[in-house]
Design a protein around this ligand. Structure first.
Ligand code: SF4
Ligand code: SF4
Length: 244
């Protein structure tokens, strides 16, 4: 790659979908872009200069909300984090195929039905079911330093669903890596008293035993969470005790 190059002529093959006609097709856009423009910037350029009908999603555009997840040349990622120069270097091409994540029905173009995607996450109850009360002698919930490190690492998850899209588990009942991570987080949480229900879910036929430990999920996680490792620890029974 010519590192002095300031702009690139890119070919973007974008998967479109029109919900009115139910027609799906690939639309080709040629676009000149600067090195440090992000893929969300490319979508904005298309909307402004070429095609206002292209639909896509974003919100924070700082890699914190997970709204702009798409697949670029087959890899699920955040469009707000992908710089043109990195995409060209990593994929070794200036031609990119861009598709919506394949975890939920498409609403239009690159936008998927997020509510539907969240159904799998909601199934593990990713919140505290029965909070542990504090008493006079016990002014704070306690957690071991090792478990706290794991907890902080896991709670960096932004629910972008990239791992779910990359998951190679073919079992249709598997709730997916991010749902497993959300359940594991609450297993580690010293504020939670109800581990029973969640344990049932983690070790159910929708749970961790459907994972093949391929690590595809860890490979794509934009927060660099080793999701597969957490799932492997859960398989080995590590999170059953609150404070290990
Ligand atoms: S390690 Fe498990 S959860 Fe992660 S991609 Fe592979 S099968 Fe899916
Ligand atoms: S674990 Fe990583 S890839 Fe999966 S939803 Fe959370 S942030 Fe996204």
């Amino acid at each position: 790659m010519d590192t002095k190059q300031q702009t690139y002529l890119l070919t973007l093959n974008i998967r479109r979908y029109d919900p009115e006609t139910k027609h799906s097709w690939v639309q080709v856009y040629q676009i000149e872009a600067g090195r440090i423009q992000r893929f969300v910037d490319l979508f904005k350029i298309i909307n402004k200069e070429k095609d206002p009908t292209l639909a896509w999603n974003s919100s924070c555009e700082h890699g914190q909300c997970g709204t702009c997840s798409v697949k670029v040349n087959g890899k699920p990622l955040l469009a707000c984090e992908l710089l043109v120069q990195n995409a060209v270097a990593d994929f070794n091409t200036t031609t990119f195929s861009i598709e919506p994540l394949d975890i939920s029905p498409v609403v239009r173009d690159l936008i998927i039905d997020v509510e539907k995607a969240y159904e799998r996450l909601d199934a593990v109850k990713p919140y505290i079911i029965e909070p542990k009360p504090l008493n006079r002698n016990n002014k704070a919930h306690s957690i071991s330093p090792k478990r706290l490190d794991q907890y902080i690492n896991a709670t960096r998850c932004i629910n972008c669903f990239c791992c779910a899209s990359a998951c190679i588990s073919s079992h249709r009942n598997f709730l997916g890596p991010n749902a497993m991570l959300a359940a594991i987080i609450r297993m580690m949480d010293p504020r939670e008293t109800n581990k029973k229900d969640r344990k049932k879910m983690i070790y159910s036929e929708q749970g961790v035993y459907r994972c093949h430990t391929s690590r595809a999920c860890s490979f794509v996680c934009p927060k660099e969470i080793d999701v597969a490792h957490f799932i492997a620890l859960a398989k080995a029974g590590h999170f059953q005790d609150n404070n290990k």
